[in-house]
Design a binder for this molecule. Structure first.
Ligand code: FAD
Length: 463
């Protein structure tokens, strides 16, 4: 079937063939649905987002039968993290006792083109290169979208029984299907280090210290992505002194073996930035439509959890829709969407809480030291924390126990290792208070359930 022309009424219209939209098209297509995907730009994108897929995301791809999307793109297996704190480091492997997969680093554009290539070859999916200009709302029901093909002047319409909005982090239409309370945390500056080694091949590196945090992971066999956090409302100003600033601020924090490559990359000056948002999910139920991926929910990318969350969404929604043979049955579609909104947090909440929780920790000098000391104890302190980061373990209570346990451990260490004074005790206890202050709003912004209430009561007893 050609990929031009629009069937006037299709089962499903997907807005955006990014990570979530393209994978959803591939997965829904298995049930024989008639699908149209409208994507603004089908060329391979050169971005700094979505380049480390956590093992939990690889597992979800496997459940959909799509691990081949990682093939033939020089993707690099990632076996765990090296946590670097003021020059010391501690390596934590991802869990693999039960045959859990490794993570993968890759160029996002190459990975996405693999997914799109698969979709473009499907008989029951039509992919249109064009920008959606509006969702069509008739009598409070979304019935499709208007779009303009690339280079066209005229608008066209496509009508669908179900419209799926996956227009990503910079979504234009999220307000039609959710009540977003979007917080800009700042920006990641991305650089590519070429032909160098890091302390641990095939590992992510989290670099913390008296400087903004950095993450580094392999994205091809010869290059490593470095992401440096910049807090604030505006992207870093890349004026004349920017290169000097980067070298002064970060060169010594980069592991020795990669400093030469870092310096060369900075001098070359090929930088990219992307805004980092926190967006708790707050969907509005609207007949005929559903929203997912970054359009609905974002967390800080420090822990690389976004694609894992997106694949969780894709799988959960597809499973809910799988048994519906007739998509004109609005009641059944409505029920499937309602169930998706009510249960999706079970797959995403620990990823979200950990991402923004760790982001709070790395900017708090006492807590980031406590975090390093806590995971350096090894055993369950490292393994369980890493299993949550990996997106393999979704136990929210376990996450909370480790988060508070980390702050309490920091407190104990401080009291044990410092001169006994009222000031030491007060400062130490502040750590627990700070940790609770970081995690409480994150817990509250996940879909409220009785579990959250019990946890908040437990937290109140601690402080
Ligand atoms: C700096 C940064 C680094 C990150 N690093 C990681 C990481 O290492 N690992 C990880 O798992 N996650 C990471 N993420 C998050 C991850 O990139 C996202 O969670 C993921 O890409 C979300 O997929 P999506 O499909 O919702 O959005 P996208 O993949 O961005 O797809 C949205 C698609 O919609 C299209 N589109 C938008 N508007 C229109 C329109 N009007 N009409 C037609 N098409 C449209 C876009 O062109 C795009 O193709 C990072 C995020 C940031 C900000």
């Amino acid at each position: 079937m050609s990929n031009t022309g629009v069937n006037k009424e299709v089962d499903v219209l997907i807005v955006g063939a990014g990570i979530a939209g393209a994978t959803l098209a591939a997965n829904l297509a298995k049930t024989g649905k008639n699908i149209v995907v409208v994507e603004r730009d089908l060329s391979e994108r050169d971005v700094i987002i979505g380049e480390l897929l956590q093992p939990g995301g690889v597992q979800k791809l496997g459940e959909m039968g799509f691990t081949s999307f990682i093939d033939q793109i020089d993707a690099q297996p990632v076996y765990g993290y090296d946590i670097i704190f003021e020059g010391q480091d501690y390596v934590i492997p991802y869990p693999n006792k039960n045959g859990e997969p490794s993570g993968y680093g890759f160029r996002n554009g190459a990975f996405l083109q693999n997914i799109r290539k698969h979709v473009l070859a499907l008989d029951n999916v039509r992919v249109i290169e064009g920008a959606v200009t509006d969702l069509i709302d008739e009598k409070d029901t979304i019935v499709g979208a208007s779009f303009k093909r690339k280079d066209a002047i005229e608008e066209e319409q496509v009508y669908a029984k179900l419209t799926v909005l996956t227009d990503g982090p910079l979504s234009t239409f999220r307000e039609k299907l959710s009540k977003p309370v979007n917080k800009l945390n700042g920006y990641f500056l991305g650089l590519l280090l070429k032909n160098c080694e890091l302390p641990y091949a095939n590992h992510g590196h989290l670099v913390m210290g008296d400087h903004p945090p950095m993450v580094i992971y392999p994205v091809t066999s010869t290059s490593w992505r470095v992401l440096i956090d910049f807090k604030g409302e505006k992207p870093p100003r890349m004026g004349r002194d920017f290169k000097k600033f980067l070298l002064e601020e970060f060169e010594n924090a980069i592991p020795q073996s990669a400093r030469k490559a870092f310096k060369a990359t900075v001098e070359e000056g090929k930088f990219k930035t992307f805004p980092n948002h926190r967006l708790p999910a707050n969907p509005i139920k609207k007949e005929g439509a559903v929203i997912l991926g970054d359009a609905l929910n974002m967390r800080h990318p420090l822990t690389g959890g976004g694609m894992t969350a997106a694949f969780n969404d894709v799988l959960r929604l597809s499973n809910n829709l799988a048994s519906i043979t007739d998509f004109s049955n609005k009641k059944q579609i409505g029920k499937a969407i309602q169930k998706f909104y009510e249960t999706r947090h079970l797959g995403t909440q620990t990823t979200n809480i950990l991402a923004d929780g760790l982001y709070g920790v790395v900017y708090n000098p006492d807590l980031r030291k406590a975090f390093f000391e806590y995971v350096s104890r090894g055993d369950k302190y490292a393994e369980e924390t890493c299993s949550i980061l990996a997106g393999l373990n979704k136990d929210k209570k376990l996450l909370l126990n480790h988060f508070i346990g980390m702050a309490r451990y920091g407190t104990q260490m401080r009291i044990t290792n410092s001169e006994k004074s009222k000031e030491t005790v007060t400062q130490s206890l502040t750590m627990v208070k700070d940790a609770v202050g970081i995690i409480t709003p994150l817990l509250l912004s996940e879909k409220p359930d009785t579990g959250n209430k019990l946890m908040l009561e437990a937290l109140n007893r601690i402080i």
